[in-house]
Design a protein around this ligand. Structure first.
Ligand SMILES: Nc1ncnc2c1ncn2[C@@H]1O[C@H](COP(=O)(O)OP(=O)(O)OP(=O)(O)O)[C@@H](O)[C@H]1O
Length: 855
C-alpha cells in the first residue's frame, strides 16, 4: 500500500541506528572502542598495583628485576591484547560498514522495488479502469446484440407470418387450380355429355325432351360455372393484391435485415477492437507478471541476504522480518491481484467467446433469413406466374364457354333438322333391311350353286392340271447379256419377233438364241437355233421349234395376283372339304419359291401366304353362314430322302427319324412325331411360315446361289362344321416347293451336291411315275419309290385335286433344262386321274389329323 510504503523510509534510518545502539554507549570513536578488551588488562594492572604497594626497601634487585620483567611481560601482553582488540575492532568496524553498505543497498533496492510496485499498482489501476470501460462497452454491445436479436426475432416472426401467408396463398392457388381442373373436367364432361346427347338425339325421338331439359341444365351449369369463374377471378384479384402487399412487406423486412446486418457488422468490428484491447491488456498483464516474477526472484535473493544479515545482525532481523512480512503481504496482494486479473481475463475471454458465438448465430440467422427471403421471393414469383397462367386459362375457358354456347345454339337448330332426317332414314332403313333379307336368301342359294358349278368346272378341267410360268429376265441377267453383246458376240444376227400374240426373247433379238412365243393362254412355242437341239443338230432348217400346251401359261409380265386369281378356286376347294395339292416344278432358279412363297419385296407374296389370307377371309365370310373352321398346319422338308420338321428345333429335327404312315381307315398319310400347330390368326400363320423358311436348308450351287436343295411341303388341315345344319367338311391343302430339277452334267455338282442332285432327280422321276401310273390306271401305283410320293399319296390320288406349276427360266444357259421341264409337264398335263371327292366324315378325319400331332 502506498501509505505503508512511504512510512518505510524513516524506518530504514532507525534501523541503522538500532543496529548501532547495540554497541557500548561510549564506543563512538576508536579509543573507546579499545575498551571492551579491558577486563583482561584490568586484572593484569590490578596485580601490578598489588606488587607496587609492597615496600621497595624490603625487596631485592632480582625481585625488582623479575617484577619488572613480569611487568614488561604483562605490558607486552597487554600490548598484544590491545592490538588484538584493535584489529578486532577494525574488523568489526569494517563489517559494520559493510553491513551499513549492504543495508543501504538493500534500502535502495527496496525503494526501487517499492517504486516498481507503485508503477505496477498504477498500471493495474489503469488496466482496471480500461477493463471497466471495456466492460461498459461490452454491456453496451451486449445490449445492442440483445436488441439486434429481438429485432431478428421480430423479423423472423414477420417472416413466419409472411410464410404462413404465402402458404395460405399457395394453398388457395392450389385450391383454385383444383377448382379450375374440376371446372375443366366439368366442361369436358359437359362436352362429352353434349356429344352423347347429339348421338342419342340422332337415335331416339323420345330423348328430345330430355335433351332439351339437359341442355337447359347444361346452360344453367355453364351459367353457374361462369359465376364461379367470376368469383374465382375476384379471389385471384384479391390474392394478387395480398401478394403485392406481402411483396412490399418482404421488401421492408429485407431492408431491415440489411440494416441489422450493418449494425451487426459494426458490433462485430467493435468486438474486434475490444478483443484487440483485451489482447494488449493481456500482454501488459503478462509483462507485469514477468516483472512480478523478477521482483519475486529479487525478493528471494533479498530474503536470503536478509537471512544472512539476520544471522549476523539480530537488530536488522526484526526489520527484515517486517519487510518480508510486508513483502509477503504484498505478494499475497499481488497474487490476489493476479488471481483477480486472471478471473477478469477469463471473464473477458468467456464474454468474447459468448459474443463470438452470438455473432456466429446472428450471421447464421441472417443467412437463413436471406435464404428464406430468396425462397419467399421465388414463391411469390411462382405465384405470380401461376396467377398469370390462371388468368389466361380463365380467358381461354371464357372463350370456350362462349364458343360452346354458340355451338349449343347451332346444335339446337341442327337437332330439329336431324330429327326430320332420322325419320326419313328410318323409313329407308326398314326398306333396305327387307331388301337385305331377300338378298341373303339369294346369296345362300348362290353359294350352293357356286360350289356345285366350281366343282363341275374342276372335274371338267381334270383333277390334275398344269400351269406354266415363265419368269422374266432378272436385272443381273440383262446386264450380263448387254456385256456379252458388246464385248464378245458381235456376229449375232437380229431377227424380228415372230409372235403376234405375245412373245419374249430370252437373251437378245437374234436367231441364235431361243425364244418363247406364247400364242394363247394355254400354248407356247419354243423356237431355238439348231445348236440347242439335241436330236436335230444336223437338220437343214436353221431353227428348231417345240409346241407345248398347258391348262394355263403365264408370261413374264404375269403378276403374283394373276397367278393367285387362277388358283384361288383350288384353295376354296380345300375349304369345301377337298384334298388339294399344288406343287411347283422346275429347274433351279426358275421361280418355284417365288411362286410358292413369294419375293422379298412387298406385294410379291406367293401362293402360300395368299392362300392363307384367302382361307381366313373365306372362313370369316362362311362364319356368317354358321360355319366354324379349325386350322392346323405342318411344314416339313425332304432333303436327301430324309424328312425334317421345319417347325421343330433344328437340332431335334436333325437327330430324329420321321416315318411316314398311312391311316388304314381314311387312307390319309401322316408323319409320326411331326409338329402340327393350331392356327387361329393370320399372325400365327405368318410366324409359322417365317420359322419354317429360316429352318429350310439351302445350299449354294453354281446354278443359283440361294438354291433350295430340298422339297418343302406345307400342309394345312381345314376342318369345318356348320352349326346350323350339322354339315362337316375336312379339307387338306398341300403346297409344295419342289427342289430344283437339274441334269447332273449341267449343275456341275460334285460330292455332297452330287448326292443331293441324285436324290432330287430320283424323287422327281418317282413323282412322274406315280402320275403316269395314275393316268394309266395301273393297279400298282409306285408311291413308295420316294418319300415325296409316299407322303403325297393321299393328295395325288384320284379323289384329290392336283395342280402343277412348271416354272421356266428364260436364260439361254437354262434352255436344255427348260426343255426337259416342259416335256415333263406336258406328260403330266396329258394325265387324267379321276374325279375328286369331298371328305365329309369328320370323325374319320379327326383321327387322321390327330395322328401327326400325337405320334
Ligand atoms: N415371276 C418372277 N418375277 C420376278 N422375279 C422372279 C420371278 N420368278 C423368280 N424370280 C426371281 O428369280 C430368282 C430365282 O427364283 P427362285 O428362288 O424362286 O427360284 P427357284 O426355282 O425356287 O430356285 P431353287 O430351286 O434353287 O430354289 C429369285 O431372285 C426370284 O426373286
Amino acid at each position: 500500500m502506498p501509505s505503508s510504503l512511504t512510512s518505510r523510509r524513516p524506518i530504514t534510518t532507525n534501523c541503522s541506528f538500532k543496529s548501532l545502539s547495540s554497541l557500548p554507549n561510549n564506543a563512538t570513536d576508536k579509543k573507546t572502542l579499545v575498551k571492551p578488551v579491558a577486563p583482561r588488562a584490568t586484572v593484569v594492572y590490578k596485580s601490578a598495583q598489588k606488587h607496587a604497594l609492597r615496600k621497595p626497601g624490603n625487596e631485592s634487585l632480582d625481585d625488582l628485576r623479575s617484577r619488572l620483567d613480569e611487568q614488561e611481560k604483562r605490558l607486552s601482553l597487554l600490548e598484544d591484547n590491545r592490538k588484538d582488540a584493535l584489529e578486532k575492532s577494525i574488523i568489526s568496524e569494517e563489517k559494520l560498514r559493510k553491513q551499513e553498505r549492504d543495508s543501504a543497498h538493500l534500502t535502495e533496492q527496496l525503494n526501487k522495488l517499492l517504486e516498481k510496485k507503485q508503477d505496477v499498482v498504477t498500471s493495474l489501476e489503469t488496466t482496471r479502469s480500461s477493463y471497466k470501460s471495456s466492460k461498459i462497452e461490452e454491456t453496451a454491445l451486449t445490449q445492442s446484440i440483445r436488441e439486434a436479436k429481438v429485432e431478428i426475432q421480430c423479423l423472423k416472426a414477420s417472416l413466419d407470418s409472411q410464410k404462413c401467408k404465402t402458404e395460405l396463398f399457395e394453398r388457395e392457388a392450389l385450391e383454385q387450380k383444383y377448382r379450375m381442373d374440376n371446372l375443366r373436367k366439368d366442361i369436358e364432361i359437359l362436352r362429352r355429355s353434349l356429344d352423347q346427347e347429339k348421338q342419342t338425339h340422332h337415335q331416339h325421338e323420345k330423348t328430345r325432351n330430355h335433351r332439351a331439359y339437359s341442355i337447359e341444365k347444361i346452360q344453367l351449369d355453364l351459367q353457374q360455372l361462369q359465376n364461379e369463374l367470376e368469383i374465382q377471378e375476384s379471389r385471384i384479384e384479391k390474392n394478387k393484391s395480398d401478394n403485392e402487399k406481402l411483396y412490399q412487406e418482404m421488401k421492408e423486412s429485407a431492408r431491415k435485415l440489411r440494416e441489422n446486418e450493418q449494425h451487426l457488422e459494426d458490433l462485430y468490428s467493435k468486438i474486434h477492437k475490444l478483443l484487440g484491447r483485451l489482447e494488449t491488456n493481456r500482454e501488459r498483464i503478462s509483462h507485469i507478471n514477468s516483472e512480478i516474477q523478477s521482483v519475486e526472484k529479487e525478493k528471494n535473493t533479498l530474503t536470503r541476504n536478509y537471512e544472512q544479515l539476520l544471522n549476523e545482525e539480530r537488530s536488522m532481523k526484526a526489520n527484515l522480518v517486517d519487510i518480508s512480512s510486508k513483502i509477503e503481504s504484498l505478494t499475497i496482494e499481488m497474487q490476489r491481484l493476479r488471481f483477480r486479473e486472471e478471473m477478469n481475463l477469463n471473464e473477458c475471454k468467456q464474454e468474447a467467446n459468448y459474443l463470438h458465438d452470438c455473432l456466429q448465430d446472428n450471421i447464421e440467422k441472417i443467412e437463413q433469413l436471406e435464404r428464406e427471403i430468396a425462397a419467399s421471393q421465388q414463391i411469390s414469383n411462382r405465384n405470380k406466374e401461376q396467377w398469370d397462367k390462371l388468368q389466361t386459362e380463365v380467358n381461354d375457358l371464357q372463350s370456350i364457354i362462349s364458343q360452346k354456347e354458340r355451338e349449343i345454339e347451332q346444335e339446337v337448330i341442327n337437332k330439329n333438322n336431324l330429327l326430320r332426317q332420322i325419320e326419313q332414314t328410318k323409313e329407308s332403313i326398314s326398306l333396305q333391311q327387307q331388301e337385305i333379307s331377300e338378298l341373303d336368301k339369294l346369296c345362300s342359294q348362290d353359294e350352293i350353286t357356286r360350289r356345285y358349278l366350281h366343282n363341275l368346272v374342276q372335274e371338267l378341267k381334270g383333277n390334275i392340271r398344269v400351269f406354266c410360268r415363265i419368269r422374266p429376265n432378272l436385272s443381273k441377267e440383262i446386264e450380263s447379256m448387254f456385256v456379252d453383246n458388246v464385248t464378245s458376240d458381235a456376229s449375232r444376227l437380229s431377227i424380228s419377233s415372230a409372235s403376234s400374240v405375245s412373245s419374249i426373247t430370252s437373251c437378245n433379238n437374234t436367231t441364235l438364241e431361243p425364244q418363247y412365243r406364247i400364242f394363247s393362254s394355254n400354248s407356247v412355242e419354243v423356237v431355238a437355233p439348231q445348236k440347242y437341239s439335241e436330236t436335230n443338230k444336223s437338220a437343214k432348217q436353221h431353227l428348231s421349234k417345240w409346241n407345248f400346251s398347258f391348262d394355263r401359261i403365264f408370261g413374264p409380265e404375269s403378276t403374283q395376283e394373276d397367278i393367285f386369281e387362277e388358283i384361288s378356286q383350288l384353295v376354296q376347294s380345300a375349304l369345301d372339304g377337298y384334298r388339294v395339292c399344288i406343287f411347283a416344278y422346275g429347274q433351279t432358279g426358275s421361280g418355284k419359291t417365288y411362286t410358292m412363297l413369294g419375293g422379298e419385296n412387298e406385294g410379291e407374296s406367293g401362293i402360300i401366304p395368299k392362300s392363307m389370307r384367302k382361307i381366313f377371309s373365306a372362313a370369316e365370310y362362311l362364319h356368317e353362314q354358321n360355319w366354324e373352321f379349325h386350322l392346323k398346319a405342318s411344314f416339313l422338308e425332304i432333303y436327301n430322302e430324309t424328312i425334317r420338321d421345319l417347325l421343330a428345333d433344328h437340332t431335334i429335327s436333325k437327330e430324329r427319324n420321321y416315318d411316314i404312315k398311312i391311316d388304314r381307315l381314311t387312307g390319309a398319310t401322316y408323319v409320326v412325331g411331326l409338329t402340327v400347330e393350331d392356327i387361329s390368326t393370320p399372325y400365327q400363320l405368318e410366324k409359322l411360315l417365317k420359322k419354317s423358311v429360316a429352318n429350310r436348308s439351302t445350299a449354294a450351287t453354281r446354278c443359283n446361289e440361294r438354291s433350295s436343295r430340298s422339297h418343302s411341303v406345307f400342309r394345312l388341315y381345314i376342318s369345318g362344321r356348320n352349326n346350323e345344319t350339322g354339315e362337316e367338311r375336312m379339307g387338306l391343302l398341300n403346297l409344295i416347293d419342289l427342289a430344283g430339277s437339274e441334269r447332273l452334267n449341267s449343275s456341275g455338282s460334285t460330292g455332297d451336291r452330287l448326292r443331293e442332285t441324285q436324290h432330287i432327280n430320283k424323287s422327281l422321276s418317282a413323282l412322274g411315275d406315280v402320275i403316269s401310273s395314275l393316268s394309266n390306271k395301273e393297279k400298282h401305283i409306285p408311291y413308295r419309290n420316294s418319300k415325296l410320293t409316299y407322303l403325297l399319296q393321299d393328295s395325288l390320288g384320284g379323289d384329290s385335286k392336283t395342280l402343277m406349276f412348271v416354272n421356266v427360266s428364260p436364260t439361254c444357259e437354262s434352255f436344255q433344262e427348260t426343255l426337259c421341264s416342259l416335256r415333263f409337264a406336258q406328260k403330266v398335263n396329258s394325265c387324267q386321274i379321276g374325279t375328286a371327292h369331298r371328305v365329309t366324315k369328320v370323325d374319320l378325319c379327326a383321327g387322321f389329323f390327330a395322328k401327326e400331332c400325337t405320334m
